[in-house]
Design a protein. Structure first.
Length: 270
């Protein structure tokens, strides 16, 4: 009898343990979504916190890397020394050349004597500053190309253009005049006068100018001589290297009006 009572007691204890364990298991399984929701609402989701920490340690730079001035190059920004800030030159000019180029981009359709055709839109293919307040532009619309000279002034990035004329037009001062072609022979170890003038920073070009471009600009700006055309001619054969006594292996020719020929001869042309 005693043995039987012990057996019954053990059975009751075992059954109670199984019931309690089952209740805990049921609660753990079926209440987990609710617990997760509570954690998400309270901002204590550990997985999200770990991801946030990783992102904080490795921030992503949007748009690319900045340069040493903090300018975002991939977005088109560059450092403007004159204005001491980052800018897009097509939106805000940094140099006078930028301002002039932007003005022409926006106004060529209005100021050009020739107009766009077949739905084209004028764009600047080349811009050259030829002297103080003077410039030359090459532009096209995808069908026709033109070249023009003009005068300009810039005040606080505000550009004014005047006397805009196509290069094919004959300037009044050159009408009914005979032109003369002269020659300039440079010597070894000597720098051409227009190159020396350019090295002194007397004029700025958007890109390195050719000798032909410098000849026109130099004689027009410094001596008031209109050089109609200029060219560089190479000479076959070797030359010695003696300074100032032997000619270089090339020479220059320039076409000027008959009235300007005497001035050019005084400046070393023949």
């Amino acid at each position: 009898m005693k043995k039987r009572l012990v057996t019954i007691g053990l059975t009751v204890v075992l059954a109670s343990s199984l019931i309690i364990s089952g209740a805990y298991a049921y609660r753990a399984v079926f209440n987990k979504p609710a617990q997760d929701a509570e954690l998400a609402e309270s901002g204590n989701n550990s997985a999200d916190n770990v991801d946030a920490d990783k992102n904080a340690e490795n921030p992503q730079v949007i748009g690319g890397q900045r340069d040493e001035h903090g300018c975002l190059g991939p977005a088109g920004y560059s450092w403007c020394e004159a204005k001491q800030k980052c800018l897009r030159v097509w939106e805000e000019a940094c140099t006078p050349e930028d301002a002039l180029r932007n003005y022409l981009r926006d106004n060529l359709s209005a100021i050009s004597p020739e107009k766009e055709v077949l739905g084209g839109k004028f764009y600047v293919s080349k811009l050259e500053i030829t002297g103080p307040g003077k410039a030359r532009v090459e532009y096209e619309d995808g069908h026709n190309a033109f070249s023009a000279q003009f005068d300009y002034s810039i005040t606080n990035d505000t550009v004014k253009v005047s006397n805009f004329r196509l290069m094919t037009e004959t300037a009044p001062s050159a009408q009914n005049q005979d032109n003369a072609t002269l020659k300039f022979q440079p010597m070894q170890c000597e720098q051409e006068p227009w190159q020396e003038w350019y090295a002194q920073g007397k004029v700025n070009f958007i890109k390195a100018p050719t000798d032909e471009e410098l000849i026109k600009t130099y004689y027009g700006t410094e001596h008031g001589i209109n050089v109609v055309s200029a060219s560089k001619q190479n000479v076959d054969g070797a030359t010695c290297l003696a300074c100032s006594s032997c000619p270089k292996s090339y020479f220059f020719t320039a076409e000027v009006s008959a009235d300007d020929a005497s001035k050019m001869k005084e400046l070393g042309w023949k």
